[in-house]
Design a protein around this ligand. Structure first.
Ligand code: URP
Ligand code: ZN
Ligand code: ZN
Length: 486
């Protein structure tokens, strides 16, 4: 090792490095926030990190999380407030090895999307510990939104747009979905869709309420798989009509998966995301005494154990491109899940569960360490595919010369039993309480700065930067090409 001026700001030595394509032994040299050298026996660093026995992986990207999101009047659970803002949410993310988050700037009806984005930038300013980008949510695709705002925002780096087929206050019609898809196709953005059939859900909800079946477990009864299957099929058909790329978010079970496979067999460029709740929770978790089942109310709901296996198969065989938390942080108190009281009908319970910090460790332990997926597939699901699909690759999502030094060093020997008190979010529960995981990210860097190490917070709020994203449309035209590329 050199005794003069260090060549690097940081050198990570002796670790096993992995990308979505390769696993190799290498030191990692970092300067100016970027990876500048890979190889054995690199020169000296001002900071030296020994990663013997560890995996040196790209920092995670959680490409679906909700933070400090204002709620529309008329949403179920109106008045509930999100427990995490950009400060607590990003803090929680980094402790789970995630170095980039992509939450949503929401347009409510009658609002401008540009104004929603400006508001969301104010909410993020000075708070984030890690880098962040925004997806757009469009609930009111007026002519101005379609012709002026979306094209302008897509060009400015907001290259993904989510639309809803359900939730009274958010859903748009099939005709409006076609309009949005037409704009995303034309301007190279990626459309994301929440696929559940609104009419079926409201019809079933009314029937259940009339029969006095209002406990949290009936949330699952009101949204059976047929509701998700039908909407998934319809969403794929709409994207076929427009020839637009479409990503189905938070896929919960086998019936929607079958529709995605069928769409792909027809050559439709459909991408798919799932979340930990569909691997580790089931409808039984909604049936806990004392209203505690409300903690696991999310949409689509967790299914049965058989469907967990089907979702695992999609993780293993490449069906899923993206693995996100869908972190939607509501406390189990009068501002969150209990906003309408401990006997509230399921219709009024805030939808969503926390998961920013536990997402990657759950997949590392139960996917990679348990032998279901290899390390490259873990990296693909944890970060590389999100970087590619959402226009951040290769700056994010890989370990390569020139990439941002967003790195999580994982100790495969570290056993951690999840307790809410050890997590860094602002939610007062985790659905994964008591679950023991094998492996944990012990050192995390964002653009070359240590943000946490051995449980200690080293980063600072406001260090995280906004990432303006480019279009991935030219890289990923159709999914068969993308599958080969991955
Ligand atoms: O229940 C859920 N998924 N809440 C978050 C909002 C959404 O639809 O993603
Ligand atoms: Zn959704
Ligand atoms: Zn969501």
């Amino acid at each position: 090792m050199s005794t003069g001026t260090p060549l690097f700001d940081t050198v990570i030595r002796n670790g096993t490095v992995a990308t979505a394509a390769d696993v190799f032994r290498s030191d990692v040299g970092i300067r100016g926030g970027r990876i500048v050298a890979l190889g054995e026996g690199l020169g000296g660093g001002a900071r030296e990190i020994d990663a013997s026995g560890m995996y040196v992986l790209p920092g995670g990207i959680d490409a679906h999380c909700h933070l400090d999101q204002p709620k529309a009047e008329g949403l179920a659970a109106a008045g509930s407030v999100m427990a995490d803002d950009f400060l607590s949410g990003s803090r929680s993310a980094i402790f789970g090895g995630t170095t980039t988050i992509v939450p949503f700037a929401v347009q409510h009806r009658g609002q401008s999307v540009v104004a929603a984005v400006e508001d969301y930038h104010r909410r993020a300013a000075g708070k984030a510990y890690c880098d962040y980008a925004f997806h757009l949510i469009v609930s009111d695709p007026s002519e101005k939104v379609l012709r002026e705002e979306l094209p302008q925002l897509i060009t400015s780096g907001y290259t993904s747009v989510k639309v809803y087929m359900t939730y009274e206050a958010m859903r748009i019609s099939d005709r409006q979905i076609l309009d949005v898809l037409d704009v995303t196709r034309e301007h190279g953005a990626l459309a994301m869709i929440h696929a559940e059939n609104f009419e079926c859900i409201s019809w079933l909800t009314e029937k259940l309420e009339a029969a006095g079946k209002t406990a949290p477990r009936y949330h699952a009864t009101s949204r059976p798989q047929a509701v998700e299957r039908e909407a998934t099929h319809r969403a794929i058909a709409l994207s076929e009509v427009v020839s637009a790329r479409l990503l189905i978010v938070h896929v919960s079970g086998g019936e929607a998966i079958t529709e995605i496979r069928r769409g792909r067999e027809r050559g439709v460029p459909i991408f798919a995301e799932t979340c930990p709740q569909y691997l580790f929770l089931s409808e039984e978790d909604l049936d806990q005494p004392g209203f505690h089942g409300a903690k696991c109310v999310c949409s689509p709901p967790p299914r049965d154990k058989g469907n967990q296996e089907v979702v695992w198969r999609g993780i293993e065989d490449g069906l899923f491109d993206i693995f996100s938390s869908d972190h939607a942080p509501y406390r189990f108190d009068e501002n969150g899940k209990l906003r309408h009281g401990p006997d509230a009908p399921f219709r009024k319970v805030a939808n969503g569960i926390p998961g920013l910090e536990t997402r990657a460790p759950l997949l590392f332990s139960e996917g990679f360490m348990a032998g279901r997926i290899d390390l490259c597939r873990f990296v693909a699901l944890n970060s590389a595919n999100s970087a590619k699909l959402y226009g951040m690759y290769p700056r994010k999502g890989t370990i390569a010369v020139g990439a941002d030094a967003d790195i999580a060093i994982w100790d495969p020997q570290r056993q951690v039993t999840i307790r809410n008190e050890m997590l860094h979010h602002n939610v007062d529960f985790t659905p994964y309480e008591g679950r023991t995981l094998q492996g944990w990210p012990v050192t995390v860097m964002v653009r070359g700065e240590l943000v946490c190490q051995d449980g200690e917070l080293l980063g600072r709020p406001g260090y995280g930067e906004f990432i303006a994203r480019r279009s991935s449309a030219r890289d990923i035209q159709d999914r068969s090409a993308e599958a080969a590329w991955i």
